[in-house]
Design a protein around this ligand. Structure first.
Ligand code: HGY
Ligand code: MN
Ligand code: MN
Length: 405
């Protein structure tokens, strides 16, 4: 199957006809359809298929038990109304790169794996990279079992309903010990390649980032009859905190976003009793991120006090700075540098990835494919087919350089 036909096959899965965006949330029907697609691609190529204890899917050419495997892949789940490329581009490109290697008659010297990591976006249970975190031992089984979606369904119940065994989840050091290198291809989520005029780049680092939940609790009351002076309205302190987040991020050279909110009782004629806002913040260095979060929390407490509102702040997840393996990065640059038409700039990114999680356990690297607008986590996310094919060829070169004679 060509890149084009694989892409076309996956394109309708989980797409909302209303928004044109994707709703491929972990363990839902759309996610299971994506998983079925992955398995079918693996089996159609005669690869050995397996789903691991954490629900990540693997397709193997050669026996991984030999060790020092080269693995590529990404994820198939999406954010709410996400784009088509974030995740799937890496998985589809992996199968296409394998086809390219076979077409070249390349002989494998190391086992080669393709992976689809489960629940990378954390759209349903609030924590990103659940599959890779569990595998790498960066999420405890107890914490994973406590993850709950907006409808009150826990992760174990969701896995069970999808036919997976939630009691099996946990760290998988033996699996990671068999992998000598993981390379994730991903659509760029910014415009660096567009500005530099390059189709493909190599990742250098991932900014430290995290998610914080701010619970502002006030008092529900009638929107028509309650005097302004008598209100304890948590929406006011929340709104002021959103502006403070923007200010703090701007001052520090960081980013901070309240992109999700839950309001109780959520009635148009009721003063809210609770406003719960989720903050996502990222910065080039840890100390900058600490300053930004400290500043936002301080401002939020002052606004809460001003409006007679209680505030609780919970850090729901955190990923420290990632520096991708220098030796592997240099190896990729050397391999790709041999192609005179392909310049390969080295880029840092504010987006999180499974490759970042695994970088604490095994050598990892990333390739980025140009995104002409830089838009991501939106239906407008894009990459041209020519650039996608350039990405496939670059990935095939990398896999050939690393895993073949
Ligand atoms: O949120 C992120 O950075 C990622 O795309 N999971
Ligand atoms: Mn994403
Ligand atoms: Mn992604």
């Amino acid at each position: 199957m060509t890149f084009h036909s694989m892409w076309a096959e996956l394109l309708p899965v989980g797409r909302s006809s209303a928004s044109g965006g994707y709703r491929r949330f972990a363990w839902t029907g759309a996610d299971l359809d994506c998983r079925a697609w992955f398995r079918q691609q693996a089996e159609a190529r005669g690869l050995t298929y397996e789903a691991d204890r954490n629900g990540n899917q693997w397709a193997w050419l050669g026996d991984p038990a030999r060790g020092d495997a080269v693995v590529t892949g990404s994820h198939l789940d999406s954010v709410p109304d996400g784009g088509a490329f974030d995740g799937p581009l890496g998985v589809v490109s992996s199968f296409a790169a394998l086809d390219e290697l076979r077409g070249r008659g390349a002989e494998l010297t190391r086992p080669l794996g393709i992976v689809n990591f489960g629940d990378e976006e954390g759209a349903r249970f609030g924590l990103a990279c659940v599959g890779s975190r569990l595998t790498a031992g960066q999420l405890t089984v107890e914490d994973a079992h406590r993850l709950t979606d907006g409808d009150g369904t826990t992760l174990p119940r969701a896995m069970e309903a999808a036919g997976y065994d939630p009691d099996a989840i946990g760290p998988d050091p033996e699996r990671l010990a068999r992998i000598g290198a993981f390379v994730e291809l991903h659509v760029e989520q910014g415009r660096a390649l567009d500005l530099s005029g390059d189709r493909v780049g190599i990742a250098s680092a991932i900014w430290p980032h995290g998610r914080w939940r701010f619970d502002f609790r006030g008092e529900a009351n009638h929107a028509g009859t309650t005097r302004l002076a008598d209100r304890r309205d948590p929406m006011l302190s929340y709104a002021e905190t959103v502006l403070a987040a923007r200010r703090e991020a701007e001052l520090a050279g960081a980013v901070a976003t309240f992109g999700k909110i839950a309001v109780e009782p959520n009635g148009v004629n009721a003063i809210p009793s609770l406003v719960r806002g989720w903050l996502d913040s990222r910065a080039p260095e840890q100390h900058t991120l600490d300053t930004v979060i400290g500043g936002i929390e301080k401002a939020a407490r002052a606004y809460a006090q001003e409006h007679g509102v209680d505030l609780a702040v919970v850090r729901e997840s955190f990923t420290p700075v990632v520096e991708f393996d220098h030796a592997l990065r240099d190896e990729l640059a050397r391999i790709l540098g041999t192609d005179a038409d392909l310049k390969v700039p080295v880029l840092g990114t504010g987006a999180g990835h499974d490759a970042g999680i695994l970088s604490g356990s095994i050598p990892t690297a990333m390739l980025f494919v140009r995104n002409p607008t830089g838009v991501s986590h939106s239906p407008a996310e894009s990459a041209t087919e020519d650039d996608c094919v350039a990405g496939v060829l670059a990935l095939a070169d990398v896999l050939e350089g690393l895993a073949c004679t």
